[in-house]
Design a protein around this ligand. Sequence first.
Ligand SMILES: *Cc1c(COP(=O)(O)O)cnc(C)c1O
Length: 396
Amino acid sequence: MPRPRWDERLAAAEAERRRGDAQRRRRVVERAQGPRVVVDGRPLLQFCGNDYLGLAASAEAVRALCEAATRHGLGSGGSALVSGHHALHAAFEREAAEWLGYERALFFPSGYQANLAVLQGLLQAGDLCVQDKWNHACLIDGARLAGAVLRRYPHADVEGARRQLQSLPAAAALLATDGVFSMDGDLAPLPRLAALAAEAQALLLVDEAHGIGVLGPEGRGAAAAAGLAAGEVPLLVVPLGKAFGAQGALVLGSAALVEHLVQSARPYLFSTAALPALAAALTANLRALRAATEDRARLLERVAQFREGARRLGLPLHDSPGPIQPLKLGDNARALALAAALERRGYWVAAIRPPSVPEGTARLRITLSALHSAADVDGLLDALAASLPEVDGAAA
Ligand SMILES: *Cc1c(COP(=O)(O)O)cnc(C)c1O
């Protein structure tokens, strides 16, 4: 038997993507001032980013970044355990741990890497990792990297989670969930999952990518908003590419858990530490995010305005209390056509298709930011009202 040919495999995959309207295209952002962007030469108003509080444009964070880079240079120069762990990283970790009420925090260059590290560092082959079906891809991939037994439960189904935990009663177990689901914007049933994890002696991990900065007192996230204390969520993962307005992630936990990750998590050990200047910028944004009470209130006003308008238009709304407002359209072609019709009117909204979401649930993932004005949201609603008949007319 000859080996399969790579060129044939690539061509077949490409043809398959075309058939299913599944090709993706990277858009080139030439300029961005908050949600006002120039994309491929055209000015558009963006409703598909995750910069919920506008901190990606924070002048103070940019100043902190520049000052730190001027003083300390650009790269960290090494992995954290060899030579890359900088005083600016350490200071950011300490301040974040204190803010969120954990003994220790560990800083990573990305959320994807943080989740791989936590799951690979803690789980051994044969351990049980129980996860919500809609969890972010990196939580799924982390369980695979660990060689753990991955058992998924139907979305937000606490009894389903219980059954999966009971399926291997003698195995060490970790229960992982997004706090706010990234493609749907709804909340995990965190108090019931925390009670279940305690009862089943499973370690609970909550990923706060879309809760941090938006929900809870001082924006401490979905777990804090649900009234859960640090002891009830022993592992908190906080990606910093969304409301924090930059990139990176924190893993928060007990001193023993975090030290174990430092010693043994391969994605941490074998990767260069983030830019020290990034930690300086993130420290500035941590302080800004805590104090952003008015921005959080304005963001939730825009969310309410959007949901009210969408209801009047008869659009199907999901049970999502925050800035992620999915508009489920079903098939890929319809989602793409609506995104294109909105873009012709000057609005940039991403069509999200499988495998990012389950088959048959292609959608527009509309996201709101505190930087959107009330007029911006009205404009988007008008554009949706004008675009939908076009799309459905063309499909009929
Ligand atoms: C974005 C996201 C991540 C990944 O974080 P990055 O910093 O972008 O790598 C992890 N979990 C969830 C739920 C996310 O939405």
